[in-house]
Design a protein around this ligand. Structure first.
Ligand SMILES: [Zn+2]
Ligand SMILES: [Zn+2]
Length: 345
């Protein structure tokens, strides 16, 4: 049934993607265009994220040994804006937005990305995301905490020192707001949790699952837009990072390491992506409809240099893909859990 053009519906956002598998039928010969590995130093004296170095504005980084958090020096949001920007014209609608932007360095090492850290270090990164989520959401004007990583120059990330960001806002941002509405509607209609039911169906079919452990599953979603897009979904009724037990944190570290390792192994390159967690809003309500999950949106299509662009029909009409999510899942499944840099040649 997946040989001809069709639209796939994304129940989390209510949007659709056009899939054109007949265009990708020519066999893939597996020729990977290799780029020379970037050999970054473990410490770079000119990097504003390395320990002890000076940042813009003159502040000095601590001589940190594990993760390191600071307020973004060029923050897109400000905490104490006055609400004078509100407009009441229905066609010129705006409202002020307060918030905070923080940077989380994964480790003092300039050269170690997520898949190259050991599990304990990744657990430490998750613990830092969690602490920051708790701290930011405790502020009365914060109602959403977005944890994300933008990795690679191709994604516009200006500094290779592995780091993530956390933007916390007064309003629920557009993507989580869509997901909130859709998950709520499903819950109210069926009395069941959307992602819980989706995961059960995927486990039955096994076509798009990459792997699972006791608490999380990684898969290429049925409605994936990006060629090697994945989603990591929590098994239980966890809605936010701060609800994770220590066993669940270990399981999340394990699955993050395996997903990002296979990404690097796919084209034997430090794989660029934007990833982030979608947790329930912090709006003083319980969210039984919500399931904690993470999206990975990587742009690479066929090699270290051939990427997908969202242009033309996609800007004007809807997203489109050629290789099916099933074949993307098959390729990711076939890769090793050992990072290519550590494999003996
Ligand atoms: Zn650095
Ligand atoms: Zn989501």
């Amino acid at each position: 049934m997946f040989d001809t053009p069709h639209r796939r519906f994304n129940p989390l956002t209510g949007e659709s993607v056009l899939v054109s598998p007949h265009r990708a039928k020519r066999p893939w010969l597996g020729q990977v265009e290799k780029t020379p590995p970037e050999n970054l130093p473990s410490y770079d004296p000119t990097c504003y994220l390395c320990p002890r170095n000076e940042r813009a504005g003159g502040l000095k980084n601590l001589d940190y040994k594990s993760t390191f958090v600071f307020d973004n020096d060029f923050s897109a949001l400000l905490p104490d804006q006055t609400p004078e920007h509100a407009s009441d014209h229905p066609l010129l609608a705006s409202v002020s937005e307060r918030g905070l932007c923080r940077v989380v360095c994964f480790s003092p090492r300039h050269d170690l990305t997520l898949p190259e850290l050991d599990n304990a270090a990744i657990e430490n990164v998750i613990a830092t995301w969690t602490e920051q989520t708790v701290d930011l959401s405790s502020k009365d004007f914060i109602h959403y905490v977005q944890v994300f990583e933008n990795k690679g120059a191709i994604m516009g990330c200006s500094n290779p020192h592995p780091h993530s960001q956390i933007w916390a806002t007064e309003h629920i941002p557009v993507e989580p707001a869509k997901e909130l509405e859709r998950q709520k509607a499903y819950f109210n209609k069926n009395g069941r949790i959307l992602l819980f039911d989706y995961l059960a169906e995927e486990h039955k079919r096994k076509e798009r699952i990459l792997f699972s452990n006791n608490h999380f599953t990684a898969l290429v979603p049925y409605w994936a837009v990006w060629p090697f897009e994945t989603i990591i979904i929590a098994h239980g009724s966890v809605t936010r990072l701060n609800e994770l037990t220590s066993a669940e944190v270990s399981a999340l570290a394990d699955i993050l390491k395996r997903v990002t390792t296979r990404y690097d192994n796919l084209f034997e390159v430090s794989f660029p992506y934007s990833m982030g967690f979608h947790q329930a809003p912090f709006d003083d309500q319980s969210h039984p409809e919500w399931t904690l999950h993470a999206h990975f949106y990587p742009p690479l299509l066929r090699s270290a240099t051939v990427r997908k662009f969202m242009v033309g029909y996609e800007m004007l009409a809807m997203p489109q893909r050629d290789i099916t999510p099933e074949s993307a899942a098959e390729r990711l499944r076939s890769l090793s859990d050992t990072h290519y840099k550590h494999e003996s040649h």
